[in-house]
Structure formats: structure tokens, C-alpha cells
Design a protein around this ligand. Structure first.
Ligand SMILES: Nc1nc2c(ncn2[C@@H]2O[C@H](COP(=O)(O)OP(=O)(O)OP(=O)(O)O)[C@@H](O)[C@H]2O)c(=O)[nH]1
Ligand SMILES: [Mg+2]
Ligand SMILES: [Zn+2]
Length: 285
């Protein structure tokens, strides 16, 4: 029996990477009745007559639904400085979603080559996110990618962000042998479809990076406001310090998060994005 990682799925054909070799395999009947393997799964497989069969899926550390991928160590939020416009609302929605799933968010701001004005507001936003405790990388055409490659080392990373943000282009810049299809945004957005359609893992720096069709909206139906209040990374240093254990940092007395916003330790617009999502979750119930 061999063990490997599922790096790609095309209809019911699974590509498994194991010890430097990629195998094509099928899911065995006994598996298919229960859970289907997804990209990122660690599986046991063996040769059956002329094909390889997946016999067992190892327990998942976590799982994202859109994109469908398991065992993610970190999610790279790719946001363009412009074209499409930089949006703190979008970044924060993705941070909330990813953190709620127990996955660490990392930011990459692309298309910085298109920013000419040194006083562009994007620089201020980058500082705000750094201050919030996030790892932030900037990139663009002709930029060096060494720092981002180092961040991929030994991990399973998933790229996420709106269509046209430059996710596939970033991977091509890191390794030009990948030759992933990219497309000018006017076309991509005009059709309302992503250029990248399938989730696939690429090997970069002893790690795996998933290029995905990207954007995934908040699944408010399934979000619990109390869990949410404890998983926003910016708030983590403060949550234990609120007067009430079940504080959701909206209007409770002696709330350490509200005090931090007051003291400008937490950036106000970022707190407001949190508050909007709390209201949205509450209105769903
Ligand atoms: N100037 C500049 N253009 C870029 C940069 N990154 C991407 N682009 C352009 O932006 C467009 C969209 O890039 P893609 O890499 O296809 O975007 P994506 O995020 O993979 O989009 P989907 O697959 O649709 O989700 C392409 O025309 C790229 O050439 C960059 O850093 N600088
Ligand atoms: Mg793409
Ligand atoms: Zn609080």
C-alpha cells in the first residue's frame, strides 16, 4: 500500500503524488459510498490489476467547501492594488471566512507595478493589515518572489481572491514552467466566470499551492456569532480580557475589543467590517 496526496481531480480520475511520482487512480467502491476524496487529501492506494485504487482517506485536519480542498495550512488572500480595485471589505470577508475555518490567512497584494503615486492609499492599508498582525507580501510584474516562495515552504497553501486579482499570474511568476492559463480581467469579469476552473495543487518549495477559481462568499447560515467573535485574528489578543466570556464585542460593558478600537489599537474600519458581519449573521437567524 502506498500513501500520497491528491493533487488534482478530473471527473472521477484522481492524480496522487507520492515520493516524487504522480499516479492516476480511481476511488474504490467502498469509499465512494461515504466521502469522496478531495484535493489535499492524504490517501492510501494500491495497484489493482491495471489501475491504482484509493483504499482509504486519512482523517482531514480541516476542509474548505468553495474551493473544495482539505488539510490546508494557510490561505493566501490575493488582492490586486488595482484592476480590479483594492477592497478592504473583500479582504476582511475572506479573513473572517478563513479564520473561522481555523486556517491562517496571509495577504499578497499584487499589481503593485501599476501603482505610481507614492501617496496611494494602498500603502496605508498595507500598514493597517501589518498592524493587525497579518503577514503581508507585495508583488507585481517584474517583482522578486523569493519572500512569497519562502512562505510556501513545506505547507499546503490555497490561493483565494476575486477573479482577475492575479492568482495564476503569481504562480507563473514564481515558476514559469507552470504555464497556468491567465486572462485579462475585462474578459474574465465580463463573462462573470473565472479563468481558472479547477482546483489543482502545484509543487513550490517543498510545499503545495492550490490555484483555485478563488472567491468564496461567507457562509453565514452556518456561522455561530460566538465562535466568530473569538476567531477574528485581530481580536485574539483581546478576547480573554473582555468582562464577559461570551462577549461578541458589540455593546457589552468592559469589552477589551471595543476599548482597543477606542484606543486605535484596532483599526476602526476593520472593526466596522466585523460588526457588519455580526449583524448579517444575527439577521439570518
Ligand atoms: N500589471 C500587472 N498585471 C497583472 C499582475 N498580475 C496579473 N496581472 C494581469 O491580470 C489579469 C488577470 O490575472 P490572472 O492571473 O488570470 O487572475 P486570477 O486571479 O488567476 O483570475 P481567475 O483565474 O479568473 O480567478 C491578467 O491579464 C494578468 O496579466 C501584476 O502583478 N501586474
Ligand atoms: Mg486563475
Ligand atoms: Zn468584547
Amino acid at each position: 500500500m502506498k500513501q500520497g496526496t491528491i493533487i488534482r481531480i478530473i471527473s472521477n480520475q484522481y492524480q496522487i503524488y507520492s515520493d516524487g511520482i504522480t499516479y492516476d487512480a480511481k476511488a474504490m467502491g467502498k469509499l465512494r459510498k461515504g466521502v469522496s476524496p478531495v484535493v489535499g487529501d492524504i490517501v492510501d492506494f494500491e495497484k489493482m490489476d491495471d489501475i491504482y485504487g484509493i483504499q482509504k482517506i486519512h482523517e482531514r485536519k480541516n476542509q474548505l467547501v468553495r474551493p473544495l480542498i482539505a488539510n490546508v495550512d494557510q490561505a493566501i488572500i490575493v488582492m490586486s492594488a488595482k484592476d480590479p480595485d483594492f477592497s478592504t471589505v473583500l479582504i476582511d470577508r475572506l479573513i473572517f471566512l478563513i479564520s473561522y475555518e481555523g486556517i491562517t490567512p496571509v495577504l499578497v497584494i499584487t499589481k503593485m507595478d501599476m501603482i505610481e503615486d507614492e501617496s496611494d492609499p494602498v500603502y496605508g492599508y498595507i500598514e493597517d493589515y501589518k498592524k493587525g498582525g497579518y503577514e503581508v507580501y507585495v508583488n507585481g510584474k517584474e517583482f522578486d518572489t523569493k519572500d512569497i516562495e519562502a512562505a510556501f515552504k513545506g505547507k499546503i497553501s490555497v490561493l483565494t481572491g476575486q477573479s482577475g486579482a492575479g492568482k495564476s499570474s503569481l504562480l507563473n511568476r514564481i515558476d514559469n514552467r507552470l504555464e497556468i492559463k491567465t486572462q485579462a480581467i475585462s474578459k474574465a469579469l465580463g463573462r462573470g466566470k473565472h479563468t481558472t476552473r479547477h482546483t489543482q495543487l502545484f509543487e513550490i518549495n517543498d510545499g503545495w499551492v492550490a490555484d483555485t477559481p478563488g472567491f468564496s462568499s461567507l457562509d453565514l447560515e452556518n456561522m455561530d456569532v460566538h465562535i466568530f467573535a473569538h476567531t477574528v485574528p485581530d481580536f485574539v489578543p483581546y478576547v480573554g480580557k473582555c468582562k464577559f466570556n461570551d462577549c461578541i464585542h458589540i455593546n457589552e460593558p468592559q469589552c477589551a475589543v471595543l476599548e482597543a478600537v477606542e484606543d486605535k489599537e484596532i483599526v476602526k474600519y476593520r472593526y466596522d467590517h466585523y460588526k457588519e458581519v455580526v449583524k448579517m449573521i444575527q439577521n439570518k437567524r
